[in-house]
Design a protein around this ligand. Structure first.
Ligand SMILES: [Zn+2]
Length: 259
């Protein structure tokens, strides 16, 4: 959910302004949730979106534009970041869930009626774990960073999911059998989902944003190796360009100024 703020140049987005934008966007998200609770619930995503935009505009007098955060992130990376020279790219926002966006021939793809490209809900396991969307076996259930962290926290009796604590546990228990299993399982599942997307879109480059960026040293290289050696790709590659988003967790907020 985004308010267009009229900022057009990254150069004027100082750190302080980004923080202010975060506050505004969080406030608007709260408003959106409130209006969602107070207004009659419609069945389609499109009608929900229209209803909420209309409601917020009516109550605040402010023009509102909505776009999925992963697609906003892709826009930011395309305009100012690591997609700047890339015509065909894949963006994955891995955190609480798994958001996604595709840049194809220089454009961020969107479906006509709904945003589409919901990678998080492609099924990678028949009759798998229950997803919040109501289906079973969705990519998100196996590949969200939140689930990975929850498993480690549970196994090592942590009462927090703070990244600093989880990373400390991982680094201090490198030879622990349970930890190795969790890491391998997570990387394998992540690679299955991403390889499905590579086989469809054949991107020149893959960018990852979200909370995953805090785990670069632990997860990124094993993921790349699994993609290259896991017999998952239809068109074999000698290398694969997979990097973090330049703007990490702020990519979505920066991209929101571009819609
Ligand atoms: Zn799902």
């Amino acid at each position: 959910m985004v308010l267009r703020l009229g900022l057009t140049k990254m150069a004027i987005l100082t750190e302080r302004r980004i923080e202010n934008m975060k506050r505004i966007i969080l406030s608007c998200l709260s408003l959106l949730m409130l209006f969602s609770m107070l207004t009659p619930w419609k069945t389609s995503a499109k009608s929900k979106s229209k209803l909420n935009k209309t409601s917020i505009t009516m109550y605040t007098g402010t023009k509102v534009k909505l776009k999925n955060d992963a697609k906003c992130s892709a826009l930011a990376e395309q305009k100012y970041g690591n997609f700047s020279e890339c015509e065909n790219g894949l963006f994955l926002c891995i955190g609480t869930g798994v958001g996604g966006a595709v840049i194809y021939n220089g454009k961020v793809l969107e479906a006509k009626e709904v945003p589409g490209f919901e990678f998080s809900h492609m099924i990678i396991q028949k009759n798998g774990l229950q997803c919040n969307c109501g289906k079973r076996g969705c990519f998100e259930i196996y590949a969200s960073l939140k689930r990975f962290k929850e498993k480690i926290a549970y196994e090592f009796n942590l009462t927090t999911l703070r990244n600093e604590e989880i990373i400390k546990i991982i680094l201090n228990n490198k030879d622990d059998v349970r930890l190795k299993y969790f890491l391998n399982e997570y990387i394998e599942n992540l690679a299955i989902g991403i390889s499905n997307l590579i086989n469809i879109f054949e991107p020149e480059k893959i960018l990852i944003g979200g909370g995953f960026t805090d785990y670069k040293e632990i997860l990124l290289e094993p993921l790349k190796q699994q993609l290259l050696t896991g017999n998952l790709l239809f068109n074999k590659r000698n290398d694969i360009i997979i990097q973090l988003a330049k703007f990490k967790n702020d990519a979505g907020i920066i991209g929101a100024t571009l819609i």
